[in-house]
Design a protein around this ligand. Structure first.
Ligand SMILES: [Ca+2]
Ligand SMILES: [Ca+2]
Ligand SMILES: [Ca+2]
Ligand SMILES: [Ca+2]
Length: 491
């Protein structure tokens, strides 16, 4: 069926508008229901119900007020081009708006919907032979009792944005925005998330991503890889990213997640990044509020990563959970002295000198629902976490981590030498500095004058990274000679 529009005033009926049943199920041959360029507006029942595979292309569904699913198949769904708006209801019994056994979805826009079990919900028992794929999707301002996407197999999520969605479940471990796993068994398969953004979402459990598993469940292959992805201003009672559990991590599954070139800023959670065991590469983590842990449940390894512990700095319980957890760090910047971190020489304990620091305005991130008269999000500034000129992050990373031709989180060249600082390595953090530093210009006015001498003394006394003229990651009297050398060398 192609090129049709269906419009109606709202009415109540049980059957879907399009229903295709194969009476020979389950043994008979199955065909696919192929539907292309169809639009459905203003109905009060499901649009499609079938026991066969469905292939949808260029679909529009608006204001379909069913409390069950909108598109339902017992078999596989392949979707390319779907606009789904202002549809659904919160009281459907165990229905996602789109339900299938296997889902491949591309070019989806889902906005302002309400649903009990999310926008995409996979039926049935976990099957790790099956891959569910989501590419080029936008999920904005949806309200759901459980995850926006819930799959029970291998999940891959590429170029998908989740913005200002709200998950209202408060009872048990459903997840907010991507839940690759079986909710009841708390089992998860391997997953990859790349080039995605999670911004301003809120949930009772993990604020952005929940991938549960258990000691009895998953295989050692179920490492989660999150690449080139931003987590900004999300709110959750538990972690902003919630993966695994610490007991499994410590019992021989040393690495449950690898975060590569990610940005995590301005999130408010009860337990930070809540992952059994994590390797952070080339990432920038700053300005997050956590009343508990900040970096993880299990071991955390930092490589080429900037980690600025967030508020409340004075009362922050831990960076990671208790022993036997360890943190290893290489070529990383962690400005504050933190008990959990080893005093390895390759951790730079200086301010990373971002272009602009994140700032919650002093009243926290996001709008506090307990103060309806005040919008505390109005003064939120998530900053600009690229390195500024003279940043200790510049050319200080381990160059073996990236391949030539790679780009940074902003899409700019990752291999970019700053001729103004020693070395030609890549930078620490998610972004690569593209300009030229002038180290002796300590007052940052673009000129080398006598005033830079007084500015160096001030920087030295304040332990500003601008004082580190010999670029050894520490501020010592030797930097005085370093400044003179650099000044005489000019810029
Ligand atoms: Ca604020
Ligand atoms: Ca560089
Ligand atoms: Ca100057
Ligand atoms: Ca120094």
């Amino acid at each position: 069926m192609t090129d049709c529009e269906f419009e109606s005033i709202p009415g109540v009926r049980d059957d879907p508008l399009i229903r295709v049943d194969n009476p020979t199920l389950p043994s008979g041959p199955l065909g696919a229901v192929h539907l292309e360029r169809l639009a459905f507006r203003d109905f009060a029942r499901a649009v499609i119900g079938t026991d066969q595979d469905i292939e949808l292309r260029d679909f529009t569904i608006e204001r379909v007020a069913t409390e069950g699913g909108v598109i339902m198949t017992l078999r596989d769904a392949t979707i390319d081009g779907l606009i789904l708006r202002e549809s659904g209801g919160l009281e459907g019994d165990f229905f996602g708006l789109i339900q299938a056994s296997t889902i491949v979805a591309r070019n989806v826009v889902a906005e302002d919907n309400m649903t009990e079990f999310g926008i995409f919900h996979v039926l049935g028992e976990p099957n790790f032979e099956v891959q569910h794929t989501f590419e080029d999707c936008l999920f904005a301002r949806n309200t759901s009792k459980y995850s926006i996407i819930e799959v029970h197999g291998i999940g891959s999520l590429t170029r998908c944005d989740f913005i200002d969605n709200r998950i209202v479940n408060i009872s048990f471990g459903g997840g907010p925005f991507v839940n690759f796993g079986a909710r009841n068994r708390r089992l998860t398969g391997p997953a990859s998330i790349a080039d995605c953004r999670f911004i301003g979402n809120s949930s009772e459990l993990g604020a952005a991503v929940v991938l549960p598993n258990s000691a009895s469940g998953a295989s050692p292959d179920n490492v989660v890889t999150i690449t080139n992805t931003e987590f900004i201003g999300n709110t959750g009672a538990s972690g902003v990213i919630e993966i695994g559990d610490p007991n499994r991590a410590r019992a021989g599954f040393p690495q449950l997640a690898r975060l590569r070139q990610c940005l995590i800023v301005g999130n408010t959670t009860g337990s930070g990044i809540h992952i059994g065991s994590t390797r952070y590469e080339q990432s920038t983590i700053a300005g997050n509020f956590s009343s508990g842990l900040q970096l993880g449940l299990g071991d955390a390894e930092l490589v080429n990563t900037i980690f600025v512990p967030g508020d409340p700095a004075g009362t922050m319980a831990d960076v990671v959970d208790d022993d036997p957890v360890t943190i290893d760090a290489m070529n990383s910047i962690v400005p504050d002295a933190i008990a959990d971190l080893p005093t390895a020489s390759d951790i730079v304990r200086l301010n990373p000198l971002f272009v602009r620091d994140p700032d919650d305005g002093g009243d926290g991130w996001g709008d506090n629902p307990d103060t309806p008269d005040v919008d505390e999000s109005a003064n939120d500034d998530f900053g600009d976490l690229r390195p500024a000129g003279n940043s200790p992050a510049i050319d200080a990373g381990d160059p073996t981590l990236v391949t030539v031709g790679a780009t940074d989180l902003g899409g700019l060249p990752r291999i970019a030498d700053d001729p103004g600082v020693p070395g030609d390595a890549i930078d620490i953090g998610a972004y690569e500095f593209q300009g030229t530093s002038c180290l002796p210009d300590t007052n940052q006015d673009g000129a080398l004058t006598a005033a830079d001498f007084n500015a160096w003394i001030l920087a030295f006394n304040e332990r500003s990274p601008l004082a580190d003229q010999n670029r050894d990651g520490a501020i010592t009297p030797a930097d005085f000679n370093g400044w003179i050398l650099n000044f005489n060398g000019g810029c």
